[in-house]
Design a protein around this ligand. Structure first.
Ligand SMILES: Nc1ncnc2c1ncn2[C@@H]1O[C@H](COP(=O)(O)OP(=O)(O)O)[C@@H](O)[C@H]1O
Ligand SMILES: [Mg+2]
Length: 241
């Protein structure tokens, strides 16, 4: 269980987050939706221990992990691959730091993400979308069981995006990792998540938490169902309220 407890954060005289609490249970897929600039990335940086909150705490099970790094696997909004490492070396770095290497699995995942041809290339040789996919696989391969993904598919076209969503669901259903997922897309949040947390803007507060009812494993057919549309309307109304 990852618990965000009454977190607040300001930059200068701007209060960005105010009294944010949320929980991600073991194996749960939670999406965070909120207007751009509302503090989603800031919240991720706080959870990842890269920032110190003004108030509140982050707990992972029985440990207070506030302002400490290394407890969660984190995919930043801007793909931050090491320019001097090949794509394969980049995605293996989390495992390397733990002294183990599953090169076969890494290659298989790169292949499935359409990166099979570029595993020995360097980041500058890849498009933005490809770098994002590589960065995403690096997060999936790292040993921590909690993944924080900051708009991992935002640079992808709609078709690649749906493919990646299905692929992520598949991996997640197999591995039962806990995921906190930032997105702008209500469709994406509904298709993927168990829970959707809607944030308000400036300062960000938790407006509402939706429990998504669709059965698993999920099929893309639900994207066109009446039920899906009904939920989309409900979440949209909450976002715009
Ligand atoms: N290091 C920083 N210093 C000053 N202001 C920041 C910093 N990081 C983020 N902000 C501000 O905090 C607000 C929330 O940013 P961010 O968390 O990136 O939003 P989101 O990811 O929801 O789009 C923005 O107004 C942004 O300008
Ligand atoms: Mg952001």
């Amino acid at each position: 269980m990852l618990s965000v407890k009454q977190i607040s954060k300001h930059f200068g005289d701007k209060i960005v987050l105010e009294d944010i609490s949320l929980e991600i249970a073991e194996g749960e897929f939670v999406s965070l939706i909120g207007p751009s600039g509302s503090g989603k990335t800031t919240l991720f940086n706080l959870i990842g221990g890269l920032l110190m909150p003004d108030g509140g705490e982050i707990w992972k099970n029985e440990d207070n992990i506030t302002n400490t790094t290394g407890h969660i696997s984190y995919m930043p909004q801007q793909a931050s691959l090491f320019p001097w490492r090949t794509i394969l070396q980049n995605v293996l770095i989390g495992q390397e730091l733990q002294g183990r290497k599953e090169e076969g699995l890494a290659k298989e995942m790169l292949q499935k993400a359409g990166l099979g041809e570029v595993i020995h290339s360097y980041p500058h040789e890849l498009s933005g979308g490809m770098k994002q996919r590589a960065s995403f696989i690096r997060a999936l391969l790292s040993p921590q069981s909690f993944l924080c993904l900051d708009e991992p598919f935002s640079a992808l076209d709609e078709f690649t995006r749906l493919d990646m969503q299905k692929w992520l669901l598949h991996i997640w259903e197999d591995n039962q990792q806990s995921i906190l997922f930032i997105t702008h897309s209500i469709d994406e949040a509904l298709f993927l998540s168990d829970k959707i947390v809607v944030l308000s803007a400036g300062p960000a507060k938790v407006k509402r938490v939706f429990e998504v009812p669709f059965a698993r494993p999920r099929d893309e057919k639900i994207l066109l169902s009446e039920e899906f549309l009904k939920w989309k309307r409900m979440v949209l109304e909450e976002v715009q309220r």
